[in-house]
Design a protein around this ligand. Structure first.
Ligand code: IPE
Ligand code: IPE
Ligand code: MG
Length: 250
């Protein structure tokens, strides 16, 4: 934690939590065991983020494409998700965390919705940190959804085609209601985005870590944030100490 400056914290951090399956495979265990350990890493990370004072944390827990995995694995993930929400309910409410979820939530099984929906509404007024779970989420799907909404508004005569601007698209994206991600971390060693927050990634800083998600701990989060704090964000402007760099307002 000594590495992290209290000022200049990224407001919104996204994490692509990857590597659960490999964590289990190297131990000769079924992939579901890796997912179970991954849930423990989620708990640690949420605590650390809250302690640090992050304003928003978005966790990529299940992609729209992950539905095509073997049924047994999908089932195990859905049950773990339900258990996670049940176990964390008190901690979320006691710590002023607002729980949100983005993605094609209609595809989630009833057993998940039965715990997710009440916790979302119960925690709605909390304002210390927004924890967003990206579930059945795809960045391209979210962009297409935003385009559909604007197309409908044009068709209904509520807006003109010229009103379809980058800002108007942005305003349609639930994943960006907490603002663009400032820092996106991917664990598990792959250097790719895998359909996460595509629209919001425009000026995000990226941090790739080799640690497999179940091994991710506080110090890995702090190291990622320290790396972020050592960078100069330019947003297309000129750099250097004399330049005044302000955030793009969208
Ligand atoms: C990330 O771990 C969790 C989900 C995608 C649900 P993986 O399950 O992708 O683990 P690896 O990448 O196969 O090791
Ligand atoms: C990204 O990981 C999705 C989540 C972490 C939920 P994947 O394991 O699904 O991505 P690929 O297949 O390696 O690109
Ligand atoms: Mg993976």
């Amino acid at each position: 934690m000594d590495l992290v400056e209290a000022r200049n914290l990224p407001g919104h951090v996204g994490i692509i939590m990857d590597g659960n399956g490999r964590w289990a495979q190297v131990r000769g265990q079924p992939r579901a065991v890796g997912h179970r350990e991954g849930a423990a890493a989620v708990r640690r990370t949420v605590r650390a983020a809250r302690r640090l004072g992050l304003r928003a944390l978005t966790l990529y827990a299940f992609s729209e494409q992950n539905w095509a995995r073997p049924e047994e694995e999908v089932d195990a993930l859905m049950h773990l998700l339900k258990d996670f929400l049940l176990n964390e309910r008190e901690e979320i409410l006691d710590n002023g965390i607002r729980l949100n979820a983005v993605g094609n939530l209609g595809r989630l099984p009833a057993l998940v919705r039965a715990v997710l929906d009440p916790l979302r509404s119960e925690s709605q007024q909390n304002d210390c940190m927004t924890l967003t779970l990206a579930l059945s989420y795809g960045g391209r799907e979210e962009i297409a959804q935003a385009a559909r909404e604007l197309a409908k508004a044009v068709a209904a005569g509520r807006i003109r085609p010229d009103d379809v601007t980058a800002d108007a698209m942005h305003a349609q994206m639930p994943s960006l209601s907490v603002g663009d991600p400032d820092l996106v971390i991917r664990t598990g060693g792959e250097r790719r985005i895998s359909n996460f927050l595509l629209y919001g990634l425009a000026y995000a800083e990226l941090h790739f870590a080799d640690v497999l998600w179940p091994d991710f701990c506080e110090k890995d989060l702090f190291a990622a944030i320290a790396s972020y704090q050592g960078r100069e964000r330019r947003f297309g402007l000129v750099g250097g100490s004399g330049a005044s760099i302000t955030r793009i307002a969208i």
